[in-house]
Design a protein. Structure first.
Length: 143
């Protein structure tokens, strides 16, 4: 489900993008690297959630989402600060709204990363709730 949410938001982000640069494509590849890691970190945390090393597994799981959300924000920042990449038809207020929504990810994932050292289950629940937030907001589709 988390990969589906990421795919939908990634697709919707590209509703704003009208042109890409080499730098943008490299940053997009970096983002997709962390998306591809999601099944592995999910398997890791599911195999260790009720074991003594659950905190380590949960910190790797939530830490991967933290890095992924940072990569997402860097990609978006690159697109919005190279004005030839974003369509001129998109109102600046809408771009700012998307920027605000994306900027919440690193904050929430950092919190879930810290929670992982206290409670692995709570960290996993936090990651699921953050994914639910992005599933509900689904930014970038209105054009």
């Amino acid at each position: 489900m988390t990969i589906l949410v990421m795919w939908i938001n990634h697709h919707n982000m590209f509703n704003y993008i009208v042109k890409v640069s080499r730098e943008f494509m490299l940053l997009n590849g970096l983002l997709l690297l962390f998306v591809v890691l999601t099944p592995f970190t999910t398997l890791l945390v599911s195999n260790h959630l009720v074991r003594g090393d659950s905190h380590t597994a949960a910190s790797i799981y939530s830490g991967t989402f933290l890095v992924l959300s940072v990569a997402w924000n860097i990609l978006w920042h690159n697109a919005t600060h190279h004005h030839d990449l974003i369509s001129g038809e998109i109102p600046k207020g809408q771009v700012k709204r998307v920027t605000r929504e994306y900027s919440l990810g690193p904050v929430f994932y950092a919190i879930s990363f810290l929670i992982a050292f206290l409670s692995a289950v709570a960290a996993v629940v936090a990651v699921i709730l953050i994914a639910a937030f992005y599933a509900i907001t689904v930014t970038g589709g209105e054009r």
